[in-house]
Every structure is written in structure tokens, then in C-alpha cells.
Ligand binder design. Structure first.
Ligand code: MRU
Length: 366
């Protein structure tokens, strides 16, 4: 997507072909800073400390991390070490394991001399594929928005609520939840997005609001607790969120707070859609509540917030008593029964084993 007229991806190979460029997402929305990942440790830190985040982008960063790790030595031990180091960075998004498994499967059978070039090709292809998948998700999701728009009084926008950042910053481009929104907006359909701030890290306030604003999509920021109230008043036409891991039966793991939005949507008859590329489906897991590891992050993310002062400087502020402990589960699981539909690159299906098997028969049959 474009930033002030210049097209960006969220990750790219550096000009010398020995590193990966990223946008430091910890600095947004107050500063647009790019960084270069030049070592395995850089890539692991970028994922762990969330310079990059979002399930598809975590996978893409891991693919580049592996390619960077093999620059000096491409033997099996180096490959295994890079695989394990990257896999240990964050536990919930399945795209990380998917990308690393696919890279290892491609590289291991090759002679060492061919592995470096193959690893870089793999990372580039993975990024191109991510963009194509997200674009296709947008085409399918656009149909839903178009239908809702057709039923609304002329001139009224389709009001869409989203949680966290499942935008282009969370993928290589387009985003998942935002892809239908961008495509509807670009086609001239009036859309308006309620952006959940998404405590504790404020991915909505800092990232989704920033990227929608840069693309000119009308939006308003709301506190995380406002969604239910807006739905009761009929002010939300649909919810679209992304996911970090969706089970083979359609349970959806996503940023903490997603489940509460699904409950409110269900109670108020608001359609609740989840947009996901197929690498986010974990075909090995059926029960999301039992089997998906939920990342627990540090207390500081809850007790301390970042913000910009009137003089332009960015600072951290503690919002609790010094001694108050905090719990910080980063994701929750929305049971399939609360999900209206899954928007994938192959079309829209019910959040169920049958629905997913209908779109991905080759995977479900395994
Ligand atoms: O902790 P984060 O910021 O990596 O969490 C991101 C999300 O929960 C996104 O909604 C999800 O990864 C989907 S991104 C297309």
C-alpha cells in the first residue's frame, strides 16, 4: 500500500541481497522508521520484540531470517539452529511454523551450495504469495461489503468494526481483514471503520488507524469496550478480524478481546467474519481452546503506555500503582459457533470442519 504516494511492502530484501528491510512498527504512528535485519538474532529479536508483528508478517520475517542465517554457512546444523531460534520467538501464530517448515522442506534435500540462493528465493516467493492470497481474500470479502451496501439507504456508509491490526502492516501487503475494506473503498463503496484501540499494545490505535488514514479510509478510533454498545444501537453492520491460528474445525485464535467482540456480535445479530490466508489454518488442531498455546507477554505492556507529548517527544507513562501486578494473555479463542464465515483466498465458508474441507479438500483429507 502507499505511504504518502510511495508504494511499500512491510518487508523487502535489501539492495545488497544480504538482509531484509522492515518498518519498525514499535515506532508507529509517531515516527516512520525503517530498519535492516542483518543477522539471525536481528530477525529473532524483530519478531520477539514486535518490531514486526501480525501472523503473516511473522512468517515472512522468519523466512528472511532463515535466509540470512544461511549466508555464512548452509549446513544442516546451521539450518536446524536457525529453525529452532526463529520458532521459539512467539508461540501463537501458526504462520511462523508453517513458513519455517516449508523452508526446511525445500532446503534440506538440496546440496549445501544451492541452499543460500534457494532460501532467498523461498522468502521472496513467500512474500509474493502472501500478497496474492490477501488480494484474493479482499475480492471475496468485497462481495459481502457490496451486499450490505446495497441494502443500506443511499449515501450511508457500511460500518465495519475491526480489532487489532490485521492490516497491510500485519502481512506483506493488503492485510487480511483490511483487504476487503481497501478494495471496497477503492471501488467507491462508502465504508467507515470503527477501530478498536486494542489494549495493551494498541495495535488498533497505533497501526490500523495509521494505515487506514494514510489510504484515506474513513475511520474512528473507539475504546475496546465500546463495540458492544455500538452494536446494540445498530451502528455496526459487520465485524471483520484477522487470526493468528484457526483450527481445522473453525475455532479462531486472535488478539485478546476478539472473543468479546464475537459474543457481542452474536447477541446483536451482527455478522462476524474472520479473514485468513490458508497458511493460518492449523490442520493438526481441532479444539482451539484446548490446543492453541496462548502467548503470555510482559506486565509492562499493561502497566505502562507509550505516547507522544505536546513537545513531540515520545515517552512511556506508568498507569498503575508501582506494585500492582498485571496479567497479559495476548490472544483468545473465539469458538466457531460465533463466527459467521471465514473469508479465505478460495472463497467464503462456514467456520466448521465441513466448511473448510469444502474449500481445501486436499488438506482436510490428510
Ligand atoms: O500480537 P500481534 O500484533 O502480532 O497480533 C496480531 C493479530 O492478532 C492479528 O489480528 C493477526 O495476526 C492477524 S494479521 C493478518
Amino acid at each position: 500500500m502507499k505511504i504518502d504516494g510511495t508504494a511499500y511492502r512491510s518487508i523487502w530484501p535489501t539492495a545488497d541481497g544480504r538482509g531484509a528491510g522492515i518498518i519498525d512498527q514499535t515506532k508507529l504512528p509517531h515516527a516512520f522508521v525503517t530498519l535492516e535485519l542483518r543477522s539471525l538474532e536481528d530477525a529473532a529479536t524483530a519478531i520477539r520484540d514486535m518490531w514486526v508483528r501480525g501472523a503473516p508478517l511473522i512468517g515472512a520475517t522468519a523466512a528472511y531470517g532463515l535466509a540470512i542465517a544461511l549466508l555464512d554457512a548452509a549446513d544442516d546444523a546451521t539450518l536446524d539452529d536457525a529453525y529452532s531460534t526463529l520458532l521459539a520467538t512467539r508461540p501463537t501464530a501458526i504462520n511462523l511454523r508453517w513458513a519455517l517448515d516449508a523452508a526446511r522442506e525445500r532446503l534440506l534435500p538440496l546440496p549445501e551450495a544451492e541452499r543460500r540462493a534457494a532460501a532467498w528465493s523461498f522468502a521472496r516467493e513467500l512474500c509474493d504469495e502472501d500478497i496474492a492470497l490477501n488480494h484474493a481474500i479482499g475480492r471475496h470479502g468485497l462481495e459481502i461489503i457490496r451486499d450490505i451496501a446495497a441494502r443500506k439507504p443511499a449515501g450511508e456508509p457500511v460500518n465495519i468494526l475491526t480489532h487489532c491490526n490485521a492490516g497491510w502492516l500485519a502481512t506483506v501487503d493488503w492485510g487480511t481483514a483490511t483487504s476487503p475494506i481497501y478494495q471496497a473503498h477503492d471501488e467507491g463503496i462508502a465504508v467507515h471503520v470503527f477501530v478498536d484501540e486494542t489494549r495493551p499494545r494498541n495495535q488498533g490505535a497505533g497501526l490500523t488507524a495509521w494505515e487506514l488514514g494514510r489510504h484515506g479510509v474513513p475511520h474512528r478510533l473507539i475504546v475496546d469496550n465500546a463495540g458492544g454498545h455500538l452494536m446494540q444501537r445498530g451502528e455496526v453492520d459487520m465485524v471483520i478480524v484477522g487470526t493468528d491460528r484457526t483450527t481445522a474445525r473453525g475455532d479462531v485464535c486472535n488478539k485478546i478481546g476478539t472473543y468479546l467482540k464475537a459474543l457481542a456480535a452474536h447477541d446483536n445479530g451482527v455478522p462476524f467474519y474472520v479473514a485468513l490466508p490458508s497458511p493460518t489454518i492449523d490442520w493438526t488442531v481441532t479444539d482451539g481452546l484446548r490446543d492453541i498455546p496462548i502467548e503470555e507477554r510482559g506486565e509492562d505492556e499493561v502497566t505502562v503506555i507509550h505516547g507522544k507529548l505536546a513537545d513531540g517527544s515520545v515517552t512511556k507513562v506508568r498507569i498503575t500503582p508501582e506494585t500492582t501486578p498485571a496479567a497479559n494473555p495476548a490472544f483468545d479463542v473465539t469458538p466457531a459457533r460465533l463466527v459467521t464465515g471465514l473469508i479465505t483466498e478460495r472463497g467464503i465458508c462456514a467456520a466448521s470442519a465441513e466448511g473448510l474441507a469444502g474449500l481445501f479438500p486436499e488438506r482436510a483429507a490428510r
